[in-house]
Design a protein around this ligand. Structure first.
Ligand SMILES: [Mg+2]
Length: 315
C-alpha cells in the first residue's frame, strides 16, 4: 500500500469529518477545527526521520531542526494560513549519541527556535525522549495556526476545469542545498490569497508530479502540465523531468481562473519571486491517471506515476 492509499484508508476508517467541529479532515495540507466561539484552528504535523529525510553527520543538526519546522510552515502556507505555535517531539537514539546527545539535541532545538523566532511562532511545548533502537533521530513537529484575517483557508479540492495551474519560484535540484535552507512561502501565500481567488493550492514537497496529482484527485479534475513552461532551478540543470520528480522545492503550486492568472502573470505581485503558468485544469476523461504531461515536442502523455518512476529513474 502506498502513502496515498494509506491516508485514504485512514480517512475512511478514522476520518473525523463527521465530528461537528471538524471543518476540514484528513487529506489536505492541514486540518481545520472550529472552536465553540466559531474561530477556526488550523493544525498539521510533519515528521522527519534520520536516514530518510536527513543523514548525520552530512547534515548539521541546526539545519535539520530548521527544516523540521520549515516543512510544517510550508504546509501552513499551502493553506494560506498563519502559523501561531509549534509543539516539538524529539527522539534521539541512546546508543549512537552517547556523549554527544546533549549537543545534538541543543543544536536541533536551536535550529527550530531560530526559524520559529523569524516567523513569530511560539514554541509551546512538546517532548524529548531517547530510545533504545539504534536507527536514528526522529523529529515530529505539530503546528497550530489560524486563518489570516479576512482570508479563507485554501484547500486542494477547489480546482475547476478551465483554471490555470501556476507555481512560485523555480523547481528541481533542491537536494543540492535548498532542501535545508528554503523559505516557507507564508508571505507569498497571504499576498496571493488576498489579491486573487485561489481555487486550490498545495506546497511542493513530494515533487510536482505527485503534488499536482493530489490537487487533481482532491478536485476531481485532470491536470495537464506543460513541460516546456516549467521554471527550472539552476541546480536542476536543463532537465525538466527533475522539476517534476525531485521534490522538496517547497514552492506553492496553485490554481485560479484564467483572468485572475493573467493578472498575476502580468503584475507579478511576488517579485522578485516569479509566478509561472505551468499548465491547465481540464475535465476528467476516463479512469486513467489524472495527470498529463505535454512534452516539449507537443506530444501529450498520460502520466502513470509508477510507470513514470520506472521509466525515468533509469534515464
Ligand atoms: Mg504539504
Amino acid at each position: 500500500m502506498n502513502e496515498v492509499d494509506f491516508i485514504q484508508s485512514l480517512a475512511a476508517q478514522h476520518g473525523a469529518s463527521k465530528h461537528p467541529q471538524v471543518v476540514l479532515g484528513i487529506g489536505d495540507d492541514a486540518g481545520i477545527l472550529r472552536l465553540r466561539d466559531s474561530r477556526d484552528v488550523v493544525l498539521t504535523t510533519d515528521i522527519l526521520t534520520e536516514g530518510v529525510d536527513f543523514t548525520f553527520p552530512e547534515a548539521d543538526p541546526f539545519s535539520v531542526g530548521r527544516k523540521a519546522l520549515a516543512v510544517n510552515l510550508s504546509d501552513m502556507a499551502a493553506m494560506a494560513c498563519r502559523p501561531v505555535a509549534a509543539l516539538v517531539g524529539l527522539v534521539i537514539p541512546q546508543t549512537i549519541r552517547e556523549g554527544g546527545l546533549a549537543g545534538i539535541t541543543e543544536s536541533i532545538m536551536e535550529g527550530i527556535a531560530t526559524l520559529a523566532n523569524t516567523w513569530s511562532v511560539a514554541l509551546l511545548g512538546g517532548d524529548t525522549n531517547s530510545w533504545a533502537m539504534p536507527q536514528g533521530t526522529v523529529i515530529s513537529i505539530t503546528i497550530v495556526g489560524e486563518p489570516f484575517p479576512g482570508i479563507r483557508p485554501v484547500t486542494r479540492s477547489g480546482a475547476k476545469p478551465g483554471d490555470i495551474l501556476l507555481v512560485t519560484g523555480t523547481l528541481g535540484g533542491s537536494i543540492y542545498g535548498k532542501q535545508f535552507h528554503f523559505t516557507p512561502r507564508l508571505r507569498e501565500a497571504e499576498i496571493l490569497a488576498r489579491s486573487t481567488n485561489i481555487t486550490a493550492m498545495i506546497d511542493l514537497s513530494d515533487g510536482l508530479a505527485k503534488d499536482a496529482r493530489h490537487i487533481a484527485t482532491a478536485s476531481d479534475v485532470q491536470i495537464q502540465i506543460d513541460a516546456a513552461a516549467l521554471p527550472l532551478a539552476a541546480a536542476a540543470g536543463h532537465d525538466w523531468k527533475r522539476a517534476l520528480t525531485d521534490g522538496e522545492d517547497f514552492e506553492l503550486c496553485f490554481t485560479c481562473a484564467p483572468d485572475a492568472a493573467a493578472s498575476l502573470l502580468q503584475e507579478q505581485p511576488l517579485a522578485p519571486l516569479l509566478i509561472t503558468k505551468i499548465g491547465k485544469i481540464e475535465t476528467k476523461s476516463g479512469s486513467g491517471s489524472p495527470l498529463h504531461i505535454k512534452h516539449p515536442d507537443g506530444q501529450v502523455e498520460q502520466l502513470n506515476l509508477s510507470g513514470y518512476e520506472h521509466q525515468w529513474s533509469e534515464a
